[in-house]
Design a protein around this ligand. Structure first.
Ligand SMILES: [Zn+2]
Ligand SMILES: [Zn+2]
Length: 283
């Protein structure tokens, strides 16, 4: 099993040390774990690593690698924020550390009014001005060349109709292959609440993302995929990944990838499903 998106207390809105996360991952049967805490970013300092903490973060990961050698493969990553005009800041950070995996995600979108809306402000997501800026920013993220994968690109499904997301995504589909960036299948969409714009209610326990509508289109555009639970607590590491693969494999997903020293490693999905007769260890 692979989990390529996970957080520790370094992200500040998440809990557990690096060792806590790794122990939980071993218990959950994960063989390749990538730790991807939120990278420093000028928009705030209380939801992410600070620049002054980066050395310690990577030292903790290196220490865990040694402590748990032979039991799990641990890879170091960061989840970067993307907004227009932030390439220089992110490029500079990347030049200072040798990481295995760089996720680029959109968590904040600046509207035409100048207001900053967060992707978890669910009632705001269907606002056409938000949707316009989100997809313009997504095009910038995909084409900037700084990231190995885009994190939860379809998170808008928590508050926007699937047909709107599918239609807006259409022009972006060729860019994954063109710019050599993977689409992340993020299993937190199986746990997180979504918002019904008709009733105004928050709904729990509904599969919002990953998008089942986009999957076949992305596959037909030769897109590569990473997988992650996006755990913010050790008990969620690996959560939902098997369930997600159980649905996505019959829908056409045959290969998933993880990144080691920024290079993509492809793994057949049937090696990750316990009921597949040919299952062999990954690493
Ligand atoms: Zn994220
Ligand atoms: Zn995350």
């Amino acid at each position: 099993m692979i989990d390529s998106h996970s957080h520790t207390m370094y992200s500040k809105h998440a809990e557990g040390t690096v060792d806590d996360l790794v122990c939980a991952a071993i218990s959950a049967g994960i063989e390749v774990l990538t730790i991807t805490d939120h990278a420093p970013f000028p928009v705030d300092s209380d939801n992410r690593l600070l620049e002054t903490e980066l050395d310690r973060y990577f030292e903790d990961i290196e220490q865990a690698r040694q402590n748990f050698r032979g039991r799990i493969q641990i890879l170091s990553g960061l989840e970067f924020d993307y907004m227009p005009g932030t390439d220089e800041y992110n490029r500079n950070l990347q030049s200072r550390y040798d990481i295995d995996f760089a996720i680029g995600s959109i968590h904040y979108v600046r509207l035409s009014t100048g207001e900053l809306v967060r992707v978890w402000d669910l009632p705001r997501l269907a606002d056409p001005d938000f949707v316009d800026h989100y997809f313009d920013n997504m095009e910038g993220l995909l084409s900037c060349g700084l990231f190995d994968a885009v994190g939860h690109a379809d998170t808008l499904l928590r508050g926007v109709q699937a047909n709107v997301v599918d239609q807006r995504f259409e022009r972006l589909l060729p860019l994954f292959r063109e710019y050599d960036i993977s689409f992340e299948l993020n299993a937190s969409g199986l746990r997180k609440s979504s918002f019904d714009p008709c009733s105004g209610a928050k709904i729990a326990g509904l599969w919002s993302y990953p998008s089942l509508g986009l999957l076949p289109k992305l596959i037909s555009h030769h897109t590569s995929f990473t997988i992650g639970a996006d755990a913010h607590t050790p008990r969620d590491v690996g959560a939902g990944i098997q369930e997600m693969l159980n649905v996505l494999q019959p829908a056409g997903l045959h290969t998933v990838s993880y990144y080691e020293r920024r290079r993509r490693v492809d793994v057949p999905v049937n090696r990750l499903r316990p009921d597949a007769s040919t299952r062999k260890p990954i690493a």
